[in-house]
Write a protein that binds this ligand. Structure first.
Ligand SMILES: Cc1ncc(COP(=O)(O)O)c(C=O)c1O
Length: 390
């Protein structure tokens, strides 16, 4: 063969059966071939295992799917190119025209927009409640037919803790599915609750280093496999290299999470004693309204701390700009600490009553706590709080 043929038909290198790589190779291949048409057909009819086209399945993604499903206590997992793709693929797969979704004012804003604006265009109706209003949830379930309840715990950014046991019991009684965006609690949490679908932004704690985006839907295998064919036609597939970076992140997941939670607890305690801090929200504080429930329900108290700064929007911006170690940036769960100023997280698209449910005030600051030395972080917060009031 000539050189220009040889560069497209490279030599195969297979490891001997008793000789393994400790880190699995990245299957950075779009296509997988079979030796003959009959075997390809058998694969198509699910009569044999294998891989064919990476938009539908890929061995590197499969390794991550198995690991995440195991951590979340389920036997099925689907990976997507972002957390929002996991949320949208789940909702598009499970809902049809005329279905009603219950969701909450305290949820991640793009999820609310997806449910109300995008799915609304396709005839899906929705009811917005406060996650504190379980009596309202019970009334809604009794009065209308609800296909799905979508919620988060803890909520972002105010860290309200949802009562998962009560919500899932109500859902079962009324025949509604539950979808929990478990991003903030992490893939190791809440698996023992009767949740139908977990969704995660892997961009946060699984990646852990702020350099790759991804999402996951985790549920029982039967439900996941029925969704997989639809995901194939919707197309939000995770790239194998991104999956590899997630697998690498996963190896240090618990060590990072434990250290970040310890830092977050110390920071919440420090902020509680500060003069310009009006209210601290962190489930690990005994004074937090969600503390008792969080202590029963969560594996840890998380790595996000929010607080209301005296002086509202302007003081919040001055504070954020005065910080040296906390970057003004979106996202959370990476090794570095981040701040979201009040101006960047006002739920302006909600009606005034719904804004009140959200508990976000003009002074609400969200901190995502990283792995820096705790004394450096506290010193930085102390000097920035003083400057916020200048
Ligand atoms: C709770 C929650 N859900 C979903 C997402 C969306 O994740 P991604 O940015 O990976 O699409 C985020 C991102 O911040 C989030 O905080």
């Amino acid at each position: 063969m000539k050189k220009r043929t040889r560069v497209t038909h490279l030599p195969d290198v297979a490891l001997p059966p008793d000789n393994r790589a400790l880190v699995a190779p990245i299957y950075q291949s779009v296509k997988f071939s079979f030796d003959d048409v009959a075997e390809t057909e058998r694969y198509f009819h699910a009569r044999r295992a294998g891989y064919y086209y990476s938009r539908v399945s890929n061995p590197t993604l499969r390794q991550l799917e198995l690991a995440l499903a195991d951590l979340q206590g389920r036997d099925g997992c689907l990976l997507t190119a972002s957390g929002m793709a996991a949320v949208s693929a789940s909702l598009l797969s499970l809902l049809r025209q005329g279905d009603r979704v219950v969701h909450f004012a305290e949820m991640y804003q793009p999820t609310r927009t997806l449910i109300r604006r995008v799915l609304g265009r396709f005839g899906v109706t929705s009811t917005l409640l406060s996650i504190d209003d379980l009596a309202g949830l019970e009334r809604t379930l009794a009065e209308t037919s609800v296909r799905l309840i979508a919620f988060e715990s803890p909520t972002n950014p105010v860290l309200k803790v949802a009562d998962i046991e009560r919500i899932t019991a109500l859902a079962r009684r009324h025949g509604a599915l539950t979808l929990l965006d478990n991003t903030l609690a992490g893939v190791h949490s809440h698996g023992h609750y009767d949740i139908d679908l977990f969704v995660h932004s892997l961009t946060k704690y699984v990646s852990g280093h702020g350099d790759v985006m991804g999402g996951a839907v985790i549920a029982r295998a039967e439900l996941i496999e029925s969704m997989r064919a639809e995901l194939g036609v919707l197309g939000p597939t995770l790239d194998p290299h991104a999956a590899f970076l997630m697998l690498r992140g996963l190896r240090s997941y618990f060590v990072r999470r434990d250290a970040q939670c310890r830092n977050a607890q110390r920071i919440a305690e420090f902020l509680s004693g500060q003069p310009y801090v009006e209210r601290v929200r962190y489930p690990g504080l005994a004074s937090d309204p969600g503390h008792e429930l969080a202590a029963r329900q969560m594996e840890d108290f998380g790595t996000i701390v929010s607080f209301d700064i005296a002086g509202g929007l302007a003081a919040g911006s001055r504070f954020a700009e005065a910080l040296r170690l906390f970057a003004i940036a979106a996202s959370l769960g990476s090794t570095e600490s981040l701040v979201v100023a009040p101006a960047m997280q006002q739920p302006r698209e909600l009606a005034p009553e719904q804004q009140a449910w959200s508990d976000i005030t003009p002074g609400t600051v969200r901190l995502s706590i990283g792995l820096e030395d705790i004394d450096d972080l506290i010193a930085d917060l102390e000097q920035a709080l003083a400057q916020g009031q200048a």
